[in-house]
Design a protein around this ligand. Sequence first.
Ligand SMILES: *Cc1c(COP(=O)(O)O)cnc(C)c1O
Length: 394
Amino acid sequence: MANRLNWIQEELNNLQEAGLYNRIRTISSPQGAWLVVDGKRSLNFCSNNYLGFANHPRLVKAAKEAIDKYGIGPAAVRTIAGTMDIHLELEKRMAAFKKVESAITFQSGFCANLATIPALVGKEDVIFSDELNHASIIDGARLSGAKIIRFAHADPASLEQVIKEAVGTYRRALIVTDGVFSMDGDVAPLDKLYAIAEKNDILLMVDDAHGEGVLGTGGRGIVDHFHLHGKVDIEVGTMSKAFGVMGGVVAGKPAIVDWLRQRGRPFLFSSAVTPPDAAACIAAINVLEESTELVDRLWENARYFKSEMKTLGFDTGVSTTPITPIMLGEAPLAQQFSRTLFENGVFAMALGFPTVPKGKARIRVMISAAHSRDDLDKGLAVFKKVGKELGVIK
Ligand SMILES: *Cc1c(COP(=O)(O)O)cnc(C)c1O
């Protein structure tokens, strides 16, 4: 092998030795409560398919019809070759669903953050960022060139303190936070962050990737959950989690959305999601607007699973959402736990450093409305068996 590649091979070897090399399992079935993983039928506790939309008949049908009408690809950037009406329809429907005036869609939630943050702040500005924010927020913030000042996780007093210290050192500022934090399943204190943003006249942005379709009335998200309609300046969302498809969205005031159409680089220099993606997202909104049944079932499932796990003696951390961490401590135990679960037909992810702090390794169970009570009971029985085998519970 050429010398110039040696360092990469060394780094890969280091990852393997440290047990940090990512081995990706292969799924050969549609998403749902059960999957075929590496050829083995497994109970799915891994995916972000909160409402079962990833293989929902109405979304599948809408996507097929869109292919018949529009074909597959948008074939160019929207600002250069014109936008398909189905993308505009999705944006209109998304704005109405989230009760805001305006919305713009992107290729993914990751792209939405890369587009939005650099469009709003630059070198003379500062970003006040929760220390546990998602990688795409961190990357968007770095890309902007603004000074990044972190505040303690979900801690309004810490936010106030860092703002006070920075007063007078910047032109503009942006406060940015995840809505639901995906490793712990806790929710940002958005009402308190809003009060601080308002008091200091600072833009407020929330990335509601894990709240979309989960929090609020009928899954309308964190802003609805806190009744902050019209108050949070920028609400970022994704259609790749509860919506079960692909795509990102920014919802808010028309001026911000209009500005992102002019200055959001992933919008200006990259093609949009495909027409069947857009059609499936519209179908998801239809289902959510017709009934809260799926969102209600998601929460009922989450409550049941969490309380049964606690009764078994597991520590489920600080989660207040369907994200259910099972706290185990050291990373090797979490990995062994995940492997043993898999041998027993349960697919659940182990998370260790650097994804979560050292000594806070865990299994993360993602509950879905797609799970039946019987599925959850099967999963609980396996957790009980493996927990006893590995000495985690008595
Ligand atoms: C998953 C996630 C994203 C990325 O969303 P994609 O649509 O998959 O790119 C962005 N932000 C947060 C907080 C997320 O949890």
